[in-house]
Design a protein around this ligand. Structure first.
Ligand code: CTP
Ligand code: C5P
Length: 333
């Protein structure tokens, strides 16, 4: 007879506040342990009870996790202490979490129930990135900003690309292996309509996600160009970007709408770029187009070729807004 092996369903849960590539990497490892990944997300109320209010609302957190390419289902309202009932309710075989201990406000291991039932597996936490670290960078950014005014990028001083050139606190070590693990490694199929977008994509957020979803719908294969740290700084000023190029690459690669990333894309969309990637359409979202150092429009060429489109992401989120949120709530985090 037909013997079809039962599908293995893996449960992951957490706050997923300010989703970063560390979260994505844990979900990638979880996916490798089974067939389907089901993510349970705590409500704002539940998080506030155990560790203080999250930076992002539950709607935003759910949307961000749904955008990660290794995620199959998202459930809002997961209990802080993972129960066997919740695993059964969602037909999950076991629960996966990073190798850090998480506790409730009362100091109870949040995975003690699934651990004693042998329905717990561990994956390696990604070193060098966390919500706390990102918040720290943002606070440092404002402090430097107030004390020194606008920081200039000094290429001579900066030889380690693994650090944020301004805040210098990233401990994340980018490797080719990580990029390979995050990439789907697929080339466009013949005849695919190729869409190109470019930007900073700093602190990858819901606004970026809504934008990329719409951009992807304009074609079959989406390429995202990421500007280098000095280029982003030249038009954003202050201490931007908060995340360095390597970190931004992984955040964007983890997004399910993205097929390919250009690591250090030119600010202007050039003839060479259009030819090389056989780009059919170039788009930009609802934010103003910055003119690098007062220079010309970076989209001049695709505009004259009539292959340029403006997209309204319908989302007001920006990297600056996140920084404002952090600063106005800093006493709470
Ligand atoms: N995670 C990870 N690597 C990181 C950060 C988180 O593997 N650098 C994993 C956690 O181990 C957990 C999942 O991501 O399995 C989501 O948990 P969450 O409660 O959101 O993570 P935190 O540990 O609170 O993440 P952060 O410290 O960044 O807030
Ligand atoms: O600002 P950044 O360079 O990261 O933006 C990348 C792209 O995402 C741009 O095309 C921008 O207009 C778009 N975006 C958007 N809606 C937002 C935030 C960004 O369409 N809320």
């Amino acid at each position: 007879g037909q013997s079809k092996k039962k599908e293995v369903r893996v449960w992951c849960d957490g706050c997923y506040d300010m989703v970063h590539f560390g979260h994505a990497n844990s979900l990638r490892q979880a996916k490798a342990l089974g067939d389907k990944v089901i993510v349970g997300i705590h409500t704002d109320e539940e998080i506030a009870k155990h560790k203080g209010p999250p930076v992002f609302t539950e709607e935003e957190r759910v949307k961000m996790v749904k955008g990660i390419k290794w995620v199959d289902e998202v459930v809002l309202g997961a209990p802080y202490v993972t129960t066997l009932e919740v695993l059964d309710q969602h037909n999950c075989d076991f629960c996966v979490h990073g190798d850090d201990i998480t506790m409730t406000a009362e100091g109870v291991d949040t995975y003690h129930l699934v651990k004693s039932a042998n329905r717990y597996r561990e994956v390696r936490r990604t070193a060098g990135v966390s919500t706390t670290d990102l918040v720290g960078r943002m606070l440092l950014l404002t402090r430097n900003h107030f004390r020194q005014g606008s920081a200039e990028y000094d290429i001579e001083k900066e030889d380690s690309a693994a650090k944020s050139p301004w805040t210098g606190c990233s401990q994340f070590l980018p490797t080719t292996q990580k990029i390979i693990q995050f990439s789907d490694g697929k080339s466009p199929n013949p005849g695919d309509k190729i869409v190109y977008v470019a930007g900073a994509f700093d602190l990858f957020h819901v606004g970026h996600l809504d934008f990329l979803e719409k951009a992807k719908k304009l074609g079959d294969y989406l390429i995202v160009g990421l500007h280098t740290d000095p280029v982003v700084n030249s038009y954003k000023g202050s201490n931007y970007p908060i995340m360095n190029l390597h970190e931004r690459v992984l955040s964007v690669l983890a997004c399910k709408f993205v097929n390919e990333v250009v690591i250090g894309a030119p600010y202007c969309v050039t003839e060479e770029l259009l030819e090389h990637f056989k780009i059919d359409v170039v788009c930009h979202g609802r934010t103003p187009i910055s003119l690098e150092d007062g220079k010309s429009d970076p989209y001049a060429l695709p505009k004259t070729r009539a292959i340029f489109e403006l997209i309204d992401s319908g989302n007001e989120m920006t990297t600056e807004r996140i920084v404002e949120r952090i600063i106005s709530h800093r006493l709470e985090y």
